[in-house]
Design a protein around this ligand. Structure first.
Ligand SMILES: [Zn+2]
Ligand SMILES: [Zn+2]
Length: 343
């Protein structure tokens, strides 16, 4: 069962499980045949073809409901997929190592494909330790050079980046994540026609140069054939940028779960969530049970709604409801909406 929030046609962001299931969000980058997971609790509801597409898994913290599904992912991908990258908070590398050490791997090196698990552990001060575990090496620990994380960015790819912020959750760290899409560059087809220019691979090259920040006077060669013969034009990049390209800001999707309601977390979160287009945020208890929420270091629906409001998020989905509200989830939604919309 997948609750889907359609965004742009280029990606979907959806809860992995319905309201009372394990928390998790899948971001499916349809045209890249690639997907990203925020948390990996119970993922058995995801079809195999989607799990095989998962390239990167970001784990907020390693309580079982956020991490137990790693075994399922491994089971599905071993021998079929080639790699996955995992990211998590302190102690994450040794915890992944212990999970892998729980199984016997005496036959796995005979598989046709090597399966490489690269693990990133975000420590205090923004340092990232890295290690890998490969099926060809029976998933033995292998150290990789560490790296420094600037401004919370854990992953940077040409079309998006993933940023994390550490928050407090019952004396451990829980990471909140943001998926930040890069600027879209569209082509105005009608303007191309007005200029008498063809579509073709030169437009891809133009977009690449613009993204790379090439100078305005960079000559762009456009060649094409018509019945009248071969044509060629050299046009400066700046002129094309102004006349045929359209720039649209990318979307920002945030994921927040298992965080205590305290002033430091609120301050970090409101800054982190600022301007989010879509927010998935835990709303575990009703405000009436706020003492229970405080003991377990979770947000109430009201607290989550207040933070969504303070950050000015455009759309929000509360999740990770406590099973005590089975049959009463509307109460949680109503409380969240009320605090978010300021009712
Ligand atoms: Zn949890
Ligand atoms: Zn937890």
């Amino acid at each position: 069962m997948v609750f889907s929030v359609p965004m742009r046609p280029i990606f979907d962001a959806m809860l992995v499980n319905r309201t009372f299931g394990d928390p998790g969000v899948l971001i499916d980058l349809k045209f890249e045949r690639r997907a990203i997971l925020f948390d990996i609790g119970d993922v058995t509801g995801l079809p195999t073809r989607k799990l095989l597409r998962v390239s990167d898994v970001f784990v907020s913290h390693t309580h079982m409901d956020h991490f137990a599904g790693f075994d399922h992912l491994l089971r599905v991908c071993l021998g079929r997929d080639t790699a996955v990258r995992l990211y998590g908070p302190e102690k994450f590398i040794s915890q992944v190592g212990h999970k892998l050490a729980a199984y016997t791997w005496n036959l796995v090196e005979n598989y046709a494909t090597d399966y490489v698990i690269t693990v990133h552990e975000l420590g205090a001060g923004g340092h990232i330790e890295r290690a890998q575990f490969r099926s060809r090496r029976r998933f033995e620990y292998e150290a990789l050079p560490g790296t420094d994380c600037s401004d919370g960015v854990l992953l940077e790819s040409p079309s998006f980046r993933i940023r994390a912020v550490p928050l407090e959750h019952h004396a451990i760290t829980s990471l909140a994540f943001a998926f930040e899409e890069g600027v879209h560059i569209n082509i105005w087809k009608n303007r191309l026609e007005e200029l008498g220019l063809p579509t073709g691979p030169w437009l891809t090259r133009l977009k690449e140069l613009v993204r790379a920040g090439a100078p305005e006077d960079t000559p762009i060669r456009v060649r094409w054939r018509t019945r009248g013969g071969a044509h060629e034009q050299m046009i400066p990049l700046g002129k094309l940028r102004a006349s045929v390209l359209e720039f649209l800001p990318g979307q920002r999707v945030c994921y927040v779960t298992d965080v205590a309601d305290n002033p430091a977390n609120r301050e970090s979160l409101v800054a982190f969530l600022h301007g989010a287009d879509l927010l998935f945020i835990e709303a575990v208890f009703l405000d009436a049970e706020r003492e229970q929420a405080a003991r377990k270091a979770h947000l109430t629906a009201r607290a989550a709604g207040q933070m969504a409001r303070a950050a000015g998020v455009r759309a929000a989905v509360p999740f990770h409801f406590s099973p005590r509200y089975l049959g009463r989830e509307e109460d949680l939604r109503r409380e969240f909406e009320g605090a978010w919309r300021g009712g």
